[in-house]
Design a protein around this ligand. Structure first.
Ligand code: HAM
Length: 423
């Protein structure tokens, strides 16, 4: 039996990869403009990093981590997200000792053992940004504006930005008590997961997707009801700044994110039309995380977006360019001597950055011409035994359907000239 790829993973083939590259280019460009620098951290980390960082009560840590013992008996985990790793790197490399804030971005694969479905994978890719060392609401606003700006530039339609404040440990303690009091009479009717959450992390009950839980939590106290003055002021300033920046957002008091590290700002970007998994970005402030992973008290905020979901949304809104690289010239050489000549010219063209190719299968003239057409090459350059003996190349313009003969010793310069005119 042929071996198949693991469930929840994808092969990204030519034709699709170009769409990824386009998106990556947009991302790098916008990050440069906003002053964010790239960081690359390991794909695997000590399991403890995520236990401490993401939190023991989360689904990610409880159910979804790819963890294993390595040959040295260390517990290792394939990263399920990037924020904890970036905080670890910030501490380990003493980035707190340099100029603040530190504005970073990353792109790469993440791993979660989830039930695969449309838009949900076990290996997926995130683009994320993290700002460390700044606590003012203007930082939150900059981060949200960056993602809004990116999506707008990409031409995504039907965007919804949801923002909330989940408060700090002080106001959260009050919320917890009030929420437990509210839910206690109907505790037994909550779904099994939420019964667990009741003690461990009751706030998460607010965003359970189970219909009964949703009905039970109607009218439940939200974190916004118990914000302390500082958190309340932070949230007010953020909303004003978002309005000033032209970001269309909605306050969503039931938005509590699935990771434990959030404080104050939490946000998500949702998009219509891509099926059940409509969250194309999630983020928030995590002012306690750097300390949690062993560093000095440092505020932080960031987001991560799911690359697969953004590409699906682009596809759904009719964007997503089709940009398979096209050959400029395909050499059709027949016979060993002609092949040698053609190979030398193709190599020279390639070294000048001109996309050129040559048949690698020893096919007939007819089938080589067919494949030049299929590849949408601009020119086919034909060099058979007859042409070789006359020291010419037939240059066929595949777009216009015309052909001319060019002296063999001029064809390279001629093609370089044509390429320069084209680009
Ligand atoms: P998250 O909400 O767990 O947050 O993930 C962020 C985004 O990654 C989601 O909105 C979604 O687009 C994408 N995503 C998550 N899981 C999957 C999956 N199984 N398949 C496909 N896409 C997925 C975080 O990861 C935080 N680290 C975000 C953050 C950065 N907060 C602060 N800084």
């Amino acid at each position: 039996m042929a071996i198949q790829r693991p469930k929840g993973t994808q092969d990204l083939l030519p034709g699709v990869v170009e769409k990824w590259q386009d998106l990556e280019q947009h991302i790098r460009k916008i990050c440069r403009e906003y002053g964010y620098e790239e960081i690359r951290t390991p794909i695997f980390e000590a399991t403890e990093l995520f236990q401490r960082g993401v939190g023991e009560t989360t689904d990610i840590v409880n159910k979804e981590m790819y963890s294993f013992l390595d040959k040295g008996d260390r517990s290792i985990t394939l990263r399920p997200e990037g924020t904890a790793s970036v905080c670890r790197a910030y501490v380990e490399n003493k980035l707190y000792g340099g100029p603040q804030p530190v504005k970073l971005y990353y792109m790469g694969p993440m791993f979660r053992y989830e039930r695969p479905q449309a838009g949900r994978f076990r290996q997926f890719h995130q683009f994320g940004v993290e700002v460390l060392g700044a606590d003012k609401p203007i930082v939150d606003a900059e981060v949200i504006t960056l993602v809004w700006d990116l999506y707008t530039r990409l031409g995504l339609k039907g965007l919804e930005v949801h923002v909330n404040s989940v408060g700090c440990p002080t106001c959260r303690a009050e919320h917890r008590t009030k929420l437990q009091k509210f839910l206690a009479p109907r505790r037994e009717q909550l779904c099994k997961d939420c019964q667990d959450r009741f003690e461990r992390n009751p706030m998460r009950i607010l965003d359970c997707k189970n219909a009964t839980c949703q009905e039970i939590t109607q009218g439940a106290p939200t974190t916004l009801d118990t914000l302390c003055p500082e958190c309340s002021e932070h949230f007010r300033e953020l909303r004003e700044l978002l309005t000033a920046a032209g970001v269309r957002y909605k306050v969503d008091p039931r938005l509590v994110r699935g990771l434990d590290y959030y404080r104050k700002t939490a946000f998500e970007v949702l998009v219509e039309d891509i099926g059940a998994q409509s969250a194309i970005c999630g983020g928030g402030r995590y002012d306690g995380l750097v300390q949690e992973v062993g560093g000095p008290q440092t505020p932080g905020i960031g987001f991560a977006m799911g690359v697969e979901r953004v590409l699906a949304a682009l596809q759904a809104s009719g964007q997503g360019s089709d940009r398979r690289p096209k050959e400029f010239v395909m050499f059709i050489a027949l016979g060993e001597a002609a092949q040698k000549e053609a190979f030398s010219i193709v190599s020279a063209l390639r070294s000048k950055g001109i996309p050129a190719s040559i048949d690698l299968l020893g096919r007939s003239l007819k089938s080589q011409l067919k494949s030049a057409d299929k590849a949408q090459a601009r020119f086919a350059a034909i060099l058979g035994e007859d042409e070789l003996s006359r020291q010419v190349v037939i240059l066929r313009d595949l777009a216009l359907g015309e052909q001319i003969e060019v002296p063999l010793d001029e064809v390279k310069e001629d093609l370089i000239h044509k390429w320069e005119e084209e680009v």
